[in-house]
Design a protein around this ligand. Sequence first.
Ligand code: NDP
Length: 310
Amino acid sequence: MNEKVRTLIIGSGPAGYTAAIYAARANLSPVLYEGMQPGGQLTTTTEVENFPGYPEGITGPEMMEELKKQAERFGTDIRFGRATATDLSEAPYKVTIDDNKTIEAETIIIATGATAKYLGLPDETKYSGMGVSACATCDGFFYRNMTVAVVGGGDSACEEATYLSGLASKVYMIVRKPYLRASKIMQDRVFNNPKIEVLFEHETLGLTGENVVQGVNLVKRRGQADEENVHLPIDGFFLAIGFTPNSEIFKPWVETDETGFIKTIPGTPKTNVPGVFAAGDVADSHYRQAITAAGTGAQAALEAERYLQK
Ligand code: NDP
């Protein structure tokens, strides 16, 4: 038999846990499924220094443990398990967990986050947290007066490179094409920045270094007559080749944009499905911060409460 719940929260990053804290305190009896990566993307970050309330900083995993405890304190039912399918055609909405159990929920808060894209090189895993990052705002601070490289040629890469140029002494942009895909204004910012050097037609082969990243091996104009191998000494390697929002299982019902981010009514966490709300990175291609995710998590729980009152 299907289990019936009032409020189902899918995801355990800052958005999911904050939604849980608010929902539990409002007696909405939330059940939260943690998903594939309990604690979300922050569990792969070392130090979090920009979340208010931690003047000395806190590690990502510790912060997520604290959020979890706070959600549990007010009675959130936190469970292992991943949502694998949904039927949101009518309320109560059905969500399949781990392909074998169905939950019927009166209201749902989707907080499944997004996953940064990586190049797929073994070295990215080898040096994970040791010089490889997919978040300049999170980790840029550790590269003050050092040399870093940013991979990508879109708006994200230009934004990350510009941000990093305020901290690092030198920023390389590794771009596979002979041009940037980014908007004109972002390109201008990059080209007018003396600290940023754009390396067009370069692809990454691998990283070097003892324990931590100390260099990157590139190939210039791969496959051309003048193909050339290039080695650059760097201290940090930042990926900015896009994010994949974890929205696939909701797509038949919930509207998304062309890259898969869930569309919400601006300024609210409301999706096109009444009683189904989206919070955090799955609905945010722009800010992608723990604090903004937490904020939308709170909004989602407040909207869920209003929806249930009706
Ligand atoms: P994009 O898809 O726009 O750009 C991705 C970049 O990464 C491209 O240059 C692409 O190269 C490159 N890339 C992808 N895969 C690889 C790979 N395997 N190896 C090397 N390079 C690769 O993603 P963004 O995250 O930059 O932007 C996503 C959306 O968000 C866009 O609509 C953007 O406008 C928006 N955005 C807006 C911002 C703003 O306005 N301030 C800030 C950030 C994002 P190629 O061009 O060769 O395909």
